[in-house]
Design a protein around this ligand. Structure first.
Ligand code: ADP
Ligand code: ADP
Ligand code: ZN
Length: 212
């Protein structure tokens, strides 16, 4: 199963991706996580990407497309994969189509209105080690500021500040939302209501994937 997750920052893509990846046994590929790993390892790519990410801007397509192409050529992607945070531009979507031998099965849009996003993002806490995502109010970790999965100390992402979130939302509606039409025209778009409880959203996703 080849799945692309769509939705604004804070829609719950990462949260749902972890569950889908476990249930369907397909690798969860997050370009945001890949960039953050490069930043923490101070690679050349990480140094270049950081400037854009801190401002809430997209990393240029030239730096993004190749890392995904590389990752998808790994053996573990043979039977499918779940892309989270890629594609984010029409150019990235076209590149993805060009390097797949078969088209993707489902583009899953997690719909959350703009008004809900700020509270989601500013309350988000993440595990820098395993990428798990928590929320101080909606999905707190069992022990305060410790990851349930791996026990690491949780952090607040630098780009989850009020100012940067506003920029990221603008970027989403300008550059990424056109992908909804892109995948609709290819008849692979499915939509779930992302405002419901985390577990209910996951049930809805399983329903949708079961039908496709
Ligand atoms: P994305 O990967 O789309 O940016 P995340 O999965 O990191 O989004 O979720 C953003 C924030 O919202 C996190 O703090 C997460 O715990 C919280 N969250 C995710 N899904 C829901 C939901 N259905 N209801 C309330 N909060 C949610
Ligand atoms: P979110 O969980 O809020 O959706 P991500 O972790 O997916 O955020 O992405 C964080 C940042 O990494 C983005 O704001 C952007 O700067 C960069 N990034 C991630 N994926 C891409 C991509 N496909 N194209 C360009 N930039 C990206
Ligand atoms: Zn963890």
């Amino acid at each position: 199963m080849k799945i692309v997750l769509l939705g604004p920052p804070g829609a719950g893509k990462g949260t749902q991706a972890k569950q889908i990846s476990n249930d369907y046994n397909i690798p969860h590929i997050s370009t945001g996580d890949m960039f953050r790993k490069n930043i923490s390892e101070k690679t050349e790519l990480g140094i270049k990407a950081k400037g854009y990410m801190d401002k809430g801007l997209l990393v240029p397509d030239e730096l993004t497309i190749d890392i995904v192409k590389d990752r998808l050529s790994n053996e573990d992607c043979k039977n499918g994969f779940l892309l989270d945070g890629f594609p984010r531009t029409v150019k990235q979507a076209e590149a993805l189509d060009s390097f797949l031998t078969e088209p993707i099965d489902t583009a899953l849009l997690i719909e959350v209105p703009r008004d809900n996003i700020l509270e989601r993002m500013t309350g988000r806490r993440v595990c820098p080690k395993c990428g798990a995502s928590y929320h101080i109010k909606f999905n707190p970790s069992k022990i305060e500021m410790k990851c349930d999965v791996c026990g690491s100390e949780l952090i607040q992402r630098k780009d989850d500040s009020v100012e940067t979130v506003a920029e990221r939302l603008d970027v989403y509606y300008k550059q990424t939302e056109p992908l909804v039409e892109y995948y609709k025209s290819k008849n692979v778009l499915c939509t779930v209501d992302g405002t419901k409880d985390i577990n209910i959203v996951f049930e809805d996703i399983k329903d949708v994937l079961g039908r496709n």
